[in-house]
Design a protein around this ligand. Sequence first.
Ligand SMILES: [Zn+2]
Length: 144
Amino acid sequence: MYGLALCGICRRPRVADKSFATSTCPYCNASEKTKDLIFYFESPDQDIVRQALSQATGFVPPDMVQKKRRIEEADPYSTMVYQYEHCSDLDEKLTILAEGLTRINGSFTLDDIREIVGDKAEKYVSAMLDRCIAAEVRIGVYKA
Ligand SMILES: [Zn+2]
């Protein structure tokens, strides 16, 4: 039998397997005796309990929360490239690259741009300079 219960420590709802004597909270790692938990939904089918949980709370399993967080924090570089690729306006593309690379690396070079845009790199960098999106701080080194 599976049940939907609130963690006694962090108060988050979670699914517990009632066939075990204790159940460990996936959020705060607190281990509680299953018989002490208050169940407000029960079913022999774990999937049904999980569904009840997600409907009741907009519940996202902790491993998914972590995965999401990982993607967001992970990689400002990929995030920037993604934004660049999904942007159609040239001015905006130039700004995303110049500001993104400056934020990530402190400055950028033609090669950094080339890695993302390929052959258009020189055109992009001179357009950045023309439009005052970036400035050349040292020879060949640019900053937004
Ligand atoms: Zn907990």
